[in-house]
Design a protein around this ligand. Structure first.
Ligand code: 4AD
Length: 439
């Protein structure tokens, strides 16, 4: 007999079915037993009249919560059952896997243990409905990104994560033993997506792992995360990249809202708003002035940069003045951007770059890249980089390379913002941080 998903039971009223899933709860009454069975599509009540088979009733009594069961029975309408107005009348039961008791983490508990403890037992934590919903939403989100890129002529690449040199900066670099030499885990696909521009691909994207040996313990940093990166050729400035990005996010939010608005409201208490385009743009110089007016003092060591508190203050300003949750911070000082960002021709102290801030959190960094070999080389020297380890990268620009730009977006950052999650540790399948390599 083929398995029927619980969500499809309304189409099987009066029929005999086979259902499989976890035992969510068991109510063992005097004459009846009620099992709530849970699969990926939902939950259903299974009823058993004890007198029909006392031996089987005895077996059911001994079942533990979260055991995996195969049940056959007949689907009947029952308007008093809260779960969908139907139940399955149990005929046979097979215990596929008996769960040990007590559970270290009970997915049905009203009160949750600490986040750290939940991460220790993440596979049990993930049996909770909001976590399941999270991954369904994330799947739609990633699909929408891919759809948008494919509709706009992009090609998908998978760049290597083992590298012979740093891909962003020397800091935050994981070193690994590579036979009798050293390798480094890729801090971004930056160099290789630019290589694809030099190869004439014109438009590429990559969804892949990014590694940062960043010892910070904030609610938005991980040592390994999934990056959504793209690069496009024949742009005139970073403005072209921002326009592409805002339209793409508008599309992605729309796709997620179409499919998951109700679940997002039910599980996360969020009424998903599709962001209107264009997003406000604030040049960095102006942002600094706004922060002064708002009475926010930037920490002195952040010269030319904006700290998370500053980002939040600006976000409040943008919400108030533009009624928007998203804004671009543009034209960052050269001092705080990597060597490969293009400078403004008339303002060499500024770069053609941007960050995208969403609800006070940075979710994207992007820029037009310097594609002219002599200038790029000079910029690397000016930043004090040794050229030898990055010569392979510099070579990409020696034999004709179109003007281009792109961005990197952190998947978990975006999910966190979209669903109003307080901590990035909940916005990822398994969190990796300075103190966490398990499970
Ligand atoms: O700002 P980042 O470091 O920029 C780059 O990697 C550039 N190569 C991108 C480009 O094309 N110019 O990282 C990009 C995004 C950030 O905006 C953030 O969303 C996310 O990646 N991110 C992190 N997410 C979680 N944990 C961390 N430690 C992160 N660091 C960056």
């Amino acid at each position: 007999m083929e398995r029927t998903l619980i969500a499809h039971l309304p189409q099987a009223i009066g029929q005999k079915v086979k259902i499989q899933g976890f035992l969510h709860t068991l109510r063992d009454q005097k004459t009846m037993q009620f099992l709530i069975l849970r699969d990926r599509s939902g939950m259903v009540q299974v009823a058993f009249y004890k007198k029909a088979n006392p031996e089987l009733a005895e077996q059911i009594s001994r079942l533990t919560n979260e055991s995996v069961l195969t049940i056959t029975g007949t689907v009947v309408e029952n308007p008093i059952v809260k779960l969908g107005g139907l139940e399955v009348q149990l005929e046979t039961l097979t215990v596929e896997s008996l769960a040990e008791a007590p559970l270290p983490l009970d997915p049905t508990a009203e009160v949750l243990p600490s986040l750290d403890y939940r991460l220790d037992w993440r596979f049990l934590d993930m049996r909770r409905a909001p976590v399941t919903a999270f991954f369904e939403i994330q799947t739609t989100l990633e699909m929408a990104f891919r759809e948008y890129w494919l509709q706009h002529g992009f090609v998908e690449i998978h760049s290597p994560k083992l590298m012979g040199s740093a891909s962003e900066s020397g800091a935050e670099l994981f070193e690994v033993q590579y036979f009798d030499t050293k390798a480094y885990l890729a801090q971004s696909p930056q160099f290789y997506k630019q290589m694809a521009m030099a190869a004439g691909f014109e438009r590429v994207f990559e969804i892949g792992p990014v590694f940062r040996a960043d010892p910070s313990f904030t609610s938005r940093h991980m040592t390994e995360f999934t990056g959504l990166d793209m690069e496009m050729s024949y742009i005139e400035s970073h403005e072209d990249v921002m326009r592409f990005l805002e339209n793409m996010l508008h599309y992605v939010y729309q796709r997620v809202a179409e499919k998951h608005a109700a679940a997002i409201e039910a599980h996360f208490g969020v009424q998903l708003e599709v962001p209107s385009v264009p997003f406000p743009r604030i040049p960095m110089a102006e942002a600094v002035e706004i922060l002064k007016r708002e009475g926010y003092t930037l920490p002195p060591e952040k010269k030319g940069d904006i700290d998370p508190g500053g980002e939040r203050t600006l976000a409040q300003f943008v919400r108030r003045e533009y009624n928007h949750d998203f804004f671009f911070l543009t034209d960052w000082p050269w001092t705080v951007r990597p060597f490969y960002h293009m400078r403004h021709p008339d303002r060499p102290d500024l770069t053609r770059s941007f960050d995208l801030i969403a609800k006070g959190t940075e979710i994207v960094t992007g820029a037009q890249r310097e594609h002219r070999y002599p200038i790029l080389r000079e910029q690397a020297i000016e930043k004090g980089l040794s050229l030898e380890p990055i010569q392979f990268y510099l070579d990409f620009f020696r034999y004709g390379c179109p003007p281009h730009g792109g961005f990197g977006l952190g998947l978990s950052r975006l999910m966190m913002v979209m669903l109003n999650l307080p901590n990035i540790r909940e916005a990822v399948f398994l969190f990796r941080g300075p103190n966490r390599l398990h499970p």
